[in-house]
Design a protein around this ligand. Structure first.
Ligand code: GCO
Ligand code: MG
Length: 403
């Protein structure tokens, strides 16, 4: 069998997604997600101009060899654009392999290690009462774990708080990035009161998570971790800018609050120190941005040796193909921790028809052969690409800060 066609489709059913479609000489079709939010066309070009021509004629069964060919063959290492492009090829090849074998991908990864994958939802509020109402809705749906984010008083447009519908919390401007504002001192005083309110109302029988979105210094993050200890968070996420692995030595020295990081990282080398020095508890890299199933499972295997668990990024800007791929890995690996699940905005379901399911706080990828997501190219054509930027952030004095 040979790969006979490789094409990239950029569509915007609710938000932008980049999808790679591979066709084989046996008529089997495999799909992969190549979405890099706010920089979509860079990955589309990397694939179209530099990768797709190399795939034609290759044997789709040789997944690892193709991975090494694309990674080593580029000469330039790591980075979000290249690793997202390779991930799309990798997932599409696992999809093909599953369809050829007549098995869901998790069976090819060693089979299920659990009956379902615990996911966390994202409850937010413009103030604490609104957050508590949204939190209650997640509990009604059966969620066992919920991330809590509330607007910091005096800080306009806090990260993680939706402007409109309570689910899509990232403003996306088309001409230039929206500007948010930030002040860590106000946030550090406020965040523990949010946890206190949630624990007071809902008790300790539900997991609480919180996303700091790379905004603190190491010692600020240490202070936050310590202040939250009485409320027993499941984790604090991305406490400091992720590229500085050594920052976690400082945080770790001061708090027992579990730490998660990695949604902006792309390779096993980006988390090598974090894992081998046991500086984190959960690694948050996603299938789509980290070289696909083949590479992320190596990250998880390394993490297993050091007692670190998975906690994959699952924002709505990763397509349903990415979410399905994550669920297959989550179901199979021994050291699964938790999976983010933000869901997808309509009309994404018209373009991506998925077989994964949610029940009582757990998800399952389904049992159809392959990844379990059908990509409808005719439907995708009805939703053309729309340029969108992620926001930027300024401190109250006007200087740039991490968003
Ligand atoms: C999360 C993430 C997202 C990112 C987004 C960027 O934990 O869900 O922090 O909200 O900001 O994926 O594109
Ligand atoms: Mg995050």
């Amino acid at each position: 069998m040979k790969i006979t066609d490789a094409r990239v489709v950029v569509s915007s059913p609710g938000r932008n997604y980049v999808t790679l479609v591979l066709e084989t000489s046996d008529g089997v079709v495999g799909v992969g997600d190549a979405t890099l939010n706010g920089r979509e066309l860079a990955v589309a070009s990397y694939l179209r101009d530099h990768v797709c021509p190399l795939l034609i004629g290759r044997d789709p069964a040789r997944i690892e060899d193709t991975w090494q060919y694309l990674y080593k063959g580029a000469y330039w290492r790591r980075g979000p654009v290249g690793m997202t492009a390779i991930a799309a090829v990798d997932v599409a090849l696992w999809d093909v392999k599953g369809k050829v074998a007549g098995l869901p991908v998790y069976e090819l990864l060693g089979g299920a290690s659990r009956s379902g994958v615990m996911v966390y939802g994202h409850a937010d509020g413009h103030d604490v009462p609104e957050l508590l109402d949204r939190f209650a809705e997640y509990l009604e749906q059966g969620y066992k774990a919920v991330r809590i984010q509330a607007a910091v008083p005096g800080v306009a447009k806090t990260y993680g708080v939706s402007v409109h519908d309570g689910r899509i919390y990232e403003p996306a401007n088309s001409d230039r990035p929206e500007e948010g504002s930030w002040e860590s001192s106000a946030y550090l005083d406020f965040a523990p009161t949010v946890f206190e309110a949630v624990r007071e109302r809902f008790g300790f029988g539900v997991h609480l998570l919180h996303d700091v979105h790379h905004r603190l210094t190491p010692i600020e993050a240490a202070r936050l971790g310590r202040a939250l200890e009485p409320y027993r968070p499941f984790w604090i996420e991305d406490a400091t800018p992720a590229e500085d692995q050594s920052a976690f030595r400082t945080i770790r020295a001061h708090t027992t609050t579990p730490l998660a990081v990695g949604e902006v990282l792309n390779s096993i080398w980006d988390v090598q120190t974090l894992i081998t020095e046991r500086l984190i508890d959960y690694v948050r890299m996603s299938v789509s941005h980290s070289g696909g199933i083949s590479h992320l499972r190596k990250v998880y295997a390394l993490a297993e040796l050091f007692g670190v668990r998975s906690g994959a990024h699952g924002a709505g800007d990763l397509s349903p193909i990415a979410h399905a791929a994550a669920l297959h890995l989550d179901l199979a690996i021994p050291n699964f921790g938790i999976q983010e699940y933000m869901g997808h905005r309509d009309p994404a379901g018209e373009v991506f028809r998925s077989t994964y399911s949610f029940a009582d706080g757990y998800m399952h990828p389904g049992d159809v052969p392959g990844i379990g997501v059908e990509f409808d190219e005719a439907a995708a054509a009805r939703f053309p690409y729309e340029p969108r930027y992620l926001p930027v952030n300024r401190r109250l004095d006007g200087s740039m800060h991490d968003w």
